[in-house]
Design a protein around this ligand. Structure first.
Ligand code: GLA
Length: 738
């Protein structure tokens, strides 16, 4: 097995974290400042190539000391560092701000000591990448101290033996006798020398998540983040820094992903000599954490990935890490069932008969799981009521024997049964609100903002989390349930908790997320057999944090195939296909009113964790036959799609086409999807070239029997079918190695 090494070179005063793919090098510089030297492709050893040059620069302060005694050629303001302080000589974005008892906001953490552990220490109460065996990784913990504050920071760096990954997190400890307040703490800082770089981010909105935006980094601050209380549709907690020349298949890329589902922040700062700094972690806006003497605060984790094989190379590393060492539980490697969900078929308006009719149609098509969406609890006939009342709406399904009866019926058809919950919310019109109005986040004497007619529960309070846990377990203990869709349909306003003191209100958003993690950890531990899917008005909490608990996530409330091609394409930069659920919906599409053929809708959805979200009773016989074929196709290729290697081939954001490829790890089984967006009166001939095949292997087209060598398919490429008429057409080719 390959090894991860962590070397401390006493003579050079450097740390070198190294495996066969990457090197990460830091130094202890004058004044015990922990400097950043290098992160990139592995080197065998370091001999000072990046030791920082001494150069006097006006308006960049020198270290504190007696006049005439300090080096005027040495300034923290330009020095690449690992964890920059505030107001102590570096004017760039700091990694840490602490408000001391006297109100001062300065921080200056200097190197103190280091320790190496086999494996990876657990971050209690937080999602994280893990190891199964301590040989898989090594962890370096570097302690820095601010002597004035009497505070320590421990920077954790884990290097995996066989992955181009470094995970990072930060712990802050109060060694003083006074309370202080952490106003900002980064999970990581990454400084880089002058370089012509772009940053790729994944902004969006509901129905439009993870769009791919690439922009040049310029001097000043470029920032991405969320202040919504959730990682959000609007800015995914994942960015990529690339050279201006990097493409999907070549060049260097640095991925930075937070394993966190709350407010986040990625600050890039290009300084006055074009050096680049990235600082990332919990969003500092609205954040303030009271730290008592001897107490500590643990930041969320960040996953850093390096690739010298372009963006696809980087995505491969994330796909493997997230699938193998972030996702957990019984379902981690299990083929995921094909779902039918009643939401777009019935919305709130269902009864036992309507559901049974759907089941009667769905089962013979080969669908494997039925999910009862919103509307089965309290008095929930519309979205204005009953969130927080997680007990059965008995009259709604009465004729079918209630939820239990429905579960039995579903199981009798050899299907699995799933149920929708939105545990973090409360409707004003609910029993829970009548009993505990203070359970909703609110500021006394200030009107409470509504969103989708609901409020957010104060999950920073353990008793609120416990109340929901008790309600949910009462249902789950009584009704045989195989799957939960966990929704979250609004963002936080009036962020204030009834039980925290005035100077702790800046803790609410983070405590809320810890409350969510605590609840899902409790439920997944108690019901390991239940497959859980995260959802937040579609893909509003599609992040590595939720993936630690839920092995799959609803990618978007947009089920329009044209929009979905882009959303799914963008999602795969940072997340594995096994995490990305995708359903075929009816036409005209409920969100866009667009008509796209059932074939293309099936091809787009079958590129993820597959299912249907339409009224099967309304399908014609011809459509049912096609659905049966789609399901049979998916079952045949499901393992390859969900757990094979995935490569993006053609970019729908910059062209009229999209293409992607699934290939089994041994290169023997290949599926290629090609989509053409708009038709042209003079259709150009397009070619799709494959990647990562065995060059001299012979690949047989399963449909036609034609034979091609791997190198021909990769370097010459094959024409796409130009004959299909109309917009949004798709073609799927599958090959096996002879
Ligand atoms: C959210 C989800 C949908 C559906 C509805 C139900 O919008 O994303 O899939 O579950 O809630 O209210």
């Amino acid at each position: 097995m390959a090894k991860a090494d962590i070397i401390f070179d006493q003579a050079q005063q450097i740390f070198h974290l190294r495996n066969e793919k990457i090197s990460y090098i830091m130094g202890i510089s004058e004044g015990e400042i922990l400097t950043h030297l290098y992160f990139g492709r592995r080197i065998s050893s370091y001999h000072g190539t990046r030791d920082y040059l001494r150069y006097e620069r006006g308006l960049s302060p020198n270290l504190a000391g007696a006049p005439g005694q300090v080096d005027r050629h040495y300034s923290k303001d330009v020095l690449p560092q690992e964890f920059a302080g505030n107001q102590t000589g570096d004017f760039r974005s700091p990694a840490i701000i602490i408000k001391a008892a006297d109100g001062a906001l300065a921080t200056d953490f200097r190197y103190d000591s280091w320790e190496v552990f086999a494996g990876k220490p657990e971050l209690v109460g937080l999602p994280q990448a893990y190891v199964k065996d301590t040989n898989e990784a090594q962890t370096l913990a570097i302690t820095l101290k601010d002597k004035t504050l009497q505070a320590s920071v421990i920077l954790y760096y884990t290097i995996y033996a066989e992955r181009a990954v470094i995970t990072r997190s930060t712990q802050v400890i109060n060694n003083s006798e006074n309370i202080f307040y952490i106003e900002k703490v980064a999970s990581l800082q990454l400084d880089m020398p002058k370089r012509d770089m772009d940053v790729i981010s994944f902004p969006g909105s509901q129905f439009h998540e993870r769009q791919v935006e690439r922009q040049k980094l310029r001097q000043g601050i470029t920032e991405f983040g969320s202040r919504r209380g959730a990682s959000s549709h609007h800015m995914n907690p994942f960015v990529i820094a690339v050279d201006a020349t990097t493409t999907e298949q070549s060049g260097e890329a640095y991925g930075i992903q937070l394993v966190y589902s709350g407010n986040h922040q990625f600050t890039f700062e290009k300084d006055y000599i074009d050096q680049i700094r990235l600082v990332s972690g919990i969003n500092e806006d609205g954040f303030s954490w009271q730290l008592k003497p001897n107490d500590h605060f643990q930041s969320p984790e960040a996953i850093l990935v390096y690739s010298d094989a372009g963006l696809n190379g980087m995505s491969q590393t994330y796909h493997h890490l997230l699938r193998e060492r972030v996702a957990r539980g019984q379902h981690q490697y299990q083929d995921r069932p094909i779902v039918i969900n009643n939401w777009e078929a019935t919305y709130f308006d269902f009864n036992a008969q309507k559901i049974e009719d759907i089941l009667d149609e769905a089962a013979p098509l080969g669908i494997e799981m039925f999910v009862l969406d919103d509307g089965w609890f309290g008095q929930r006939d519309d979205d204005e009521r009953s969130l927080g009342d997680w007990y059965e709406y008995t009259s709604k399904l009465a004729d079918g024997g209630g939820l239990r009866g429905l579960s039995e019926k579903v199981h009798a058809k050899n299907m699995k049964f799933g149920l929708w919950f939105e545990p973090e919310m409360i409707s004003k019109n609910s029993d829970l609100y009548q009993q505990h109005p203070d359970y909703a986040l609110q500021i006394p004497n200030r009107p409470m903002s509504l969103s989708r007619d609901q409020y957010v529960l104060d999950f920073s309070r353990p008793e609120v989390v416990e109340n929901i846990y008790q309600q949910m377990t009462a249902i789950l203990d009584r009704v045989p349930i195989d799957y939960i869709k966990w929704d979250m349909n609004r963002h936080m306003t009036e962020v204030h908790s009834a039980i925290l003191s005035a100077d702790q209100q800046g803790e609410v958003s983070h405590r809320y997320i810890l409350g969510v993690y605590n609840l899902v950890e409790g439920l997944t531990t108690r019901y390991p057999e239940i497959l859980m899917e995260g959802c937040s008005s579609g893909g509003g909490r599609f992040d590595a944090g939720m993936l630690y608990y839920f092995p799959q996530t609803w990618t978007s409330d947009s089920t329009d195939a044209a929009e979905r091609i882009k959303i799914q394409y963008g999602t795969t930069f940072g997340y594995p296909v096994s995490n990305m659920t995708a359903h075929v919906a009816a036409v005209p599409n409920p969100q866009t009113q667009r008509h796209i053929s059932l074939k293309t809708r099936g091809d787009v959805a079958s590129s993820g964790v597959f299912g249907y979200e339409l009224n099967v009773q309304e399908l014609t016989q011809g459509e049912k036959d096609l659905v049966k074929e789609q399901i049979a196709f998916y079952k045949k290729h499901r393992h390859l799609i969900q757990f094979g290697d995935f490569y993006r081939l053609k970019n729908p954001f910059t062209s009229n086409e999209a293409a992607w490829e699934f290939v089994s790890p041994d290169g023997s089984d290949v599926l290629v999807y090609h989509f053409r967006m708009l038709a042209s009166g003079q259709q150009p001939f397009t070619i799709t070239k494959l990647v990562n095949l065995i060059p001299d292997g012979v690949y047989v087209d399963q449909a036609t029997g034609e034979r091609f060598t791997g190198d021909e398919l990769m370097y010459v490429g094959r024409y796409d079918d130009p004959t299909q008429a109309g917009d949004y057409v798709s073609q799927v080719r599958s090959y096996y190695l002879d």
